[in-house]
Each structure stands twice: as C-alpha cells, then as structure tokens.
Design a protein around this ligand. Structure first.
Ligand code: DGJ
Length: 731
C-alpha cells in the first residue's frame, strides 16, 4: 500500500519506490508537511519538528494555544492568508463579509484505489492498479469554505500528483483570488532552482541559480503557457549533478497562464507554490459550487537524469492518451518552410510525390489552404477550402496523396480569428475584446472567446466536418499569439476575472470532444513553435511542434532543455533547408538528420529542389529512423554533455533492457586546437560486451562508462556522428 494512515500519530505516509512523503495532522487540525525525499519507510518524521519560541516571529495559529507553534515557520501542505504565515500562500479568498482571512483545519480523509480525475481538466491516469488516491478534507470553520487536497501516488513511477478543490459550503458568494495547485516546503538544505526560459524560436533554455533570500516568480500572464517560461521547475541540491543529488520536479499540467513562486525565508526554509496565474484572477464561487485547480506532477529523484526519466515515462504512459501515444509515429513532410502560403494542388502533389519516393509516410498541408488566406492578414475562422488555391477541393489532393501510399494531415488554428474573415463579419462579438477599446492585434489576428459555448460549437462543427468528410489522419493545431483584451462579451462584469481560466477550460472541452470522437486522428499541438508545450496539451496531443527554429544547432539547446521534463516522442522535430530560414546557418544534411531524429521526426523543406546526394541521405535517414524509433521514443534518454556549454553536444538513448543504445554527437562550432571528443557513455550494463556498428569495435559496458569513448576528429562545419551499440554477450 502506497498510502498509510497512522491513527495514533495522525500521520499520513505516501511511499513510492524511491521516495517518501509524510503529512501530520496537528492538534489544531493544521496539516504539517513533515517530509518529501529519499525513502524513509514508515519512520515518523516529526522528530524533525521545528518547535521554537516564536513569540516574536509571527503570530501563533488561530487560537493562540501554543507559544511554540507558528505557521510562519512550520512546513505545510497548503497555506492561506491572515493566520500568521507570511510566506507566499496557496490560496487567497474574499469572504462574503469582505474579510480575506482563511484557515483550513482537518475534517477527515479517505484513501481510495486508483487515480482521481479532475472535472474538465487534464489529469494523469492509472492504467490499472498503478495508483492510489488520498483525499484530505479541511474546512474553514468560520466561512464553511471547504478545501479538498488530492494526492495521487504512482508507486512504481516515483510520481505524486497533487491538486486542490475548493467548495463553497457557506451561504453566500466567496471570491477566489488565488488557488494554487501545490505548496511544497523544504525546511532544510541548500537548493538551486532550475527553470526553462525562452522566446519565440528559442524555447526552454535551462537556467540554474541558487535560491536566494527572496521570492522568485516564474510564470506567464499571457493566457498561454508561453515561449518565455515553462510550467516545469526543478529544485535541486546545490551539489546535484545529472547522476546524483536530491532533485524535486514540479510540473503543472495546464496550458494557460501559470505562476511558480519560490521563497527562501529568514530561517532558510524554501517554499515553492505552483498553480494557475493569479495576476488578474478572480473566481466567484456561489454557494454549493466547487473550483478545481489543475494538477501538478511531483517527482523526487537522485540526480537530474533519473528525474527526467521519471517524467518521460510518466508523460508517455500516464498523461498522453489515444491510439497513437505509444505507437510508431509517421515520418512526415510539411509544406510550411517549402512554400509558406504559396500553395496549390500541383505544388503540393509534386512535394508529396518526391517525399513518397524517399520513403516518407505522411504529407501535412500547413497554413494557407482555407478561406481568403493568401498571407497572414485574413481567413482565420473560415475553415473551408480555398477553391482558388485548390480548385478541385481537398479530396482531389488527398486522394492523389493517398494514392502515393501516404497519409494526409492538415493545419488548423481554431482559437483564432482575423478581422478580415466571414466569421468575424458574422460574429464581431466572438473574439476577446474590451468594450469601447481598440483591441491589440498580433500577427493581425484576434483570439476567439473559448469560454463561449457557441464559439466552441462552431469550431466543433467545422473541424468535425473536415475530419469526417475527408480522409485526414493528422491535425496540426496551432496557436500563434498570446491573449490580450481578456474580456468576454458573454460573461457578466463580475465574472471577467474568470475569463483566462474559462478560456483554457473551453479549449480542453473542444479538444476532448474532437479527440474522443475522432480517436484515430493524430493531433499535434503547436503554438508559434513551442509556446504551449506542456503536460496539459500533451494529454490531448501526444506530440507538439517544439519550436519554429529548425536550425539543427539551435535545436540542441531547445531539445536538450525540453528533455529535462518532456520525452522526445513529444517533440516535433524536422529537417529543414540549408541555409536555415531562421538563422541563415548552413549545416550538413547528416547533422540535421541526427538532431531531428531525436524527436517526432519529419521534413520541412522543398524536396523537389534538392541534389540527388541529399535525397539519398534522406532515404537513408528515413530507413534508419524506422529502425531506431522504438529505442529513441521508448528508451532512456541521457544528456552526456551540458546542453548549453562546450563545443560539442552529445546525448544517448539506451533501451530499458540495456541491449541497445544510440549515441549522438554534434559539433556546435569551431574550436582551435580542439580537445579530444571524449564522452563517458551512460546506462549500459557494465558486464555486457557491446558491438559498435559504425566501427566494428567490441567494448564492455564498464569500459564505455568508466573510461569512455573518444570520437575521431571530424572535419567540416557542424559535423555529427552516431554510434549504434548492440549487446553481444555477457562478460
Ligand atoms: C507557426 C507554426 O509553428 C509553423 O510551423 C507554421 O505552422 C505557421 N505557424 C503557420 O502559420
């Protein structure tokens, strides 16, 4: 049993294979967070209790019963304002009488088999006998506001999920101004914070800094996850490396604005609070109503690599859903960087024909096939074929492409609208705009009000017609701007603080309807590249276009940075043209293949214009990818170098049974008198002899991991190398 209650000591202990988590209910009913970290069995961790004379350090708890009990220093599970905890809190309320204090005390708990679900929100799922759920109910006695804390314990996966539900059991309206998903207190230790910053065309750059005596806020007020920050943070011991050291991951499964607050207080206790962005949030909770926060996925591991492995497995098996998430993915050709908006049936068919000859499985028709879409000024919202570009309709092109033995996929951007569209002319009140104020445009488009059912019904109608009337195997779901003018013309004045979250709930509702009614369609997420790359989207779309930057060298940090939390099978990655359209850099086609193959693989360039040698290389890459795909997508991923430093970047895949491995190396720039290209491999079986396909060597796992391997010098600009290792025999 992974959740145990000790009645006498009022202890709740959650156990996974390598971690323990313990909560104690104190005599006043407050939940103390006693421990999260390496496994400590059933040990009562309250011997570490932080009893101090706190008469001057903050108010004692509600009834002032204990001079040595201050909520300001006690590690807790979920904290509120007004009762003496001055650190960042988990929840902020406006009570019916205007007061803002809340104090939640234990009422009861239940332990149930299986994993809880969250109404209208994505949540990790149990594949059968994998999880147990703990639900702790607390109540503010004065206002009858109830708080339910949910814990999903996935023992074998070393994952604990958390979320909260707030129920108004009172008689009048309460307003929530903040409702975080999780609070994690680490009372001891010396911690660094890792987060993943970025921008359009350079998402998820890892950054690691010591946590100082201040509050650090990481988040997005953009109504979307954002290119700038990702809702995944790591708290790791200052000495932690890829291989060892205490590491905590906190990942929010949510696709809207979010906030992570990390505070180190006067006694060096660190608190991390993570949840939806509360900057402009105000949610009216009528009597009897509940509010559910999104889910946070927690993991504790020894070393950053093990932490990544926990998230990779979990996202693959317990977040992504549908028929495709564990299946081989089609290698695709996307026309975007080949033609941009300048598409027609002949050009598309010529591209598809070339792709089919190279062994590519699927053709994807990107932006520009619908409405009056000749550039990015018009057409969004009109999801009907543009007969000037495709005079014979979609079916003519699709059947020709299917005739080549290829599947067909198509691009949409459902949440957006152009002023110059039939949809806008018919429904000017459907986008988010402020009354009487000029809206702010981005890429000449506005954002539809996804909180509205009529908007979602229209989109469902268009998209379900598209999918049922045509043989479409794949949808690329784009979202090319962040949200502004957050005002819904369908909601009353006092509910405008709910719009951002209702937008995300609306998006999820539409995605749920479409993915469940069209289960065979593979959905790929996208947001101007990787602006909405999160576990919430991955629940609906098992892969997401990682970045609009397709430059192989830049991709090394984007893919490497993303790999801390997300599996490579979730990362759309394409070989594009040289010189690269974003950076102007020329890299060899071999290198571009090596990098893009560590993802959901495809091509995005005009194949009809390539020299024969490049086509031969593409044919070889597609064959190789099909052979290696299982190892790449299901294997364990190891970062062999720091993805942000050095003149070469290397990473490795090892099959779970350690019988196969693929090592990848890319030179990222010139270096005078270069140091040897030396790597120590990881994850192999030390007592197994491995053959290396590329050079015929046979070397033991122990030697390859302890002494390592030195690659021969490589000539030219940005060369790359791959090594395939296969176990030959036990030693
Ligand atoms: C942004 C995406 O990331 C690109 O791949 C492409 O689909 C464009 N949008 C189309 O407008």
């Amino acid at each position: 049993m992974s959740i145990v209650f000790d009645q006498q000591k009022q202890l709740l202990t959650l156990t996974t294979t390598n971690s323990s988590y313990q909560i104690q209910i104190d005599q006043l009913g407050f939940l103390h967070h006693l421990y999260y970290g390496s496994r400590t069995g059933s040990q009562d961790m309250s011997y570490q209790h932080l009893a101090q004379d706190v008469a001057f350090s903050g108010n004692p708890v509600e009834y002032r019963k204990s001079r040595d009990l201050s909520l300001d220093i006690i590690p807790q599970e979920y904290t509120s304002f007004g009762i003496g905890d001055y650190r960042v809190n988990s929840i902020a309320v406006i009570n019916p009488d205007g007061s803002r204090t809340a104090g939640f005390q234990y009422v009861g708990h239940e332990i149930v088999k299986g994993k809880y679900a969250i109404p209208a929100l994505p949540a990790a799922y149990d594949n059968g006998d994998e999880a147990e759920t703990l639900i702790i109910t607390l109540c503010d006695k004065v206002t009858a506001l109830k708080l339910r804390l949910y814990y999903g314990v996935f023992e074998k996966q070393d994952i604990i999920t958390r979320c909260a539900e707030i129920v108004n059991d009172g008689k009048a309206v309460t307003t929530l101004e903040k409702a975080a998903s999780v609070c994690l207190d680490l009372p001891f230790g010396n911690w660094d914070l890792m987060h993943f910053w970025g921008k359009h065309c350079l998402e998820r750059q890892p950054e690691r800094n010591p946590i100082g005596h201040c509050i650090t806020t990481i988040g997005s007020t953009r109504g979307m996850t954002s290119h700038q920050q990702n809702p995944f943070i790591i708290l790791c011991d200052h000495e932690a490396t890829e291989d060892h050291g205490d590491c905590y991951g906190m990942m929010l499964a949510y696709s809207g604005g979010f906030k992570a607050e990390i505070e180190k207080n006067q006694i060096n206790s660190v608190r991390a609070v993570l949840g939806i962005d509360d900057t402009y949030f105000a949610w009216k909770l009528e009597p009897g109503e509940s509010f559910h926060t999104p889910e946070v996925i927690l993991s504790f591991a020894d070393g950053l690599t093990s932490l990544s492995h926990n998230y990779h497995r979990f996202i693959r098996h317990n977040i992504c859903r549908g028929v495709h998430h564990l299946q081989k993915r089609p290698v695709l050709i996307n026309n975007w960087e080949a033609t941009y908006f300048d598409l027609d049936e002949d050009k598309m068919f010529a591209l598809a024909k070339e792709a089919a000859a190279l062994g590519i499985d699927q053709f994807v028709l990107d932006d520009g096939w619908f409405g009056a879409r000749y550039d990015d000024n018009a057409g969004l919202g009109d999801w009907f074929v543009n007969y000037r570009k495709l005079p014979n309709g979609l079916d003519s092109l699709i059947s020709k492409i299917n005739g080549l033995g290829m599947k067909f996929g198509i691009w949409v951007e459902p949440e957006m609208i152009n002023e110059d569209s039939d949809l806008y002319r018919a429904h000017p009140d459907w986008p988010l705009t402020d009354p009487g104020r000029e809206p702010t445009f981005c890429r000449n488009q506005l954002v539809l009000d996804m909180s509205r059912k009529d908007v979602r019904d229209y989109l469902y109608d268009c998209l379900s017609r598209l999918l049922s009337e045509h043989n479409i195997a794949y949808i690329k779901w784009d979202f090319n701007r962040c949200i502004s003018n957050v005002y819904s013309h369908a909601l009353p004045t006092d509910r405008q603080g709910e719009v951002s979250h209702r937008f995300v709930l609306g998006l999820y509702e539409l995605l749920e309807r479409l993915t469940s009614n069209f289960p065979n369609v593979l959905f790929e997420g996208c947001s101007g590249g990787g602006g909405r790359f999160d576990a919430g989207m991955l629940y609906y779309t098992p892969q997401i276009w990682l970045s609009d930057d397709t430059d192989a060298i830049e991709r090394l940090t984007i893919q490497g940075g993303s790999s801390y939390g997300y599996p490579v099978c979730a990362m759309g990655a394409h070989v594009s043209a040289a010189p690269n359209h974003q950076t102007g850099r020329t890299t060899p086609i071999y290198t571009r293949g090596v990098v893009a193959m560590s993802g959901a693989f495809g091509y995005e360039l005009d194949l009809t214009k390539l020299p024969a040698s490049d086509k031969d290389e593409i044919r070889r890459q597609v064959r190789q990818y099909h052979q290696d795909e299982e190892l790449i997508h299901q294997g364990l991923y190891y970062r062999l170098t720091d993805v942000t430093k050095g003149y070469y970047t290397a990473w490795q895949f090892v099959s779970e049974d350690k019988s196969k491995s693929l090592v990848n190396l890319v030179i990222t720039g010139p270096q005078p008198n270069p140091e040897p290209l030396h790597l120590r491999f990881k994850g192999l079986d030390p007592d197994t002899l491995y053959s290396i396909e590329e050079n015929g060597l046979s070397v033991s796992g122990a030697a390859l991991m302890n002494s390592g391997y030195t690659f021969p010098r490589m000539a030219g600009d940005y060369p790359a190398a791959q090594l395939h290792l296969s176990a030959i025999s036990a030693l």
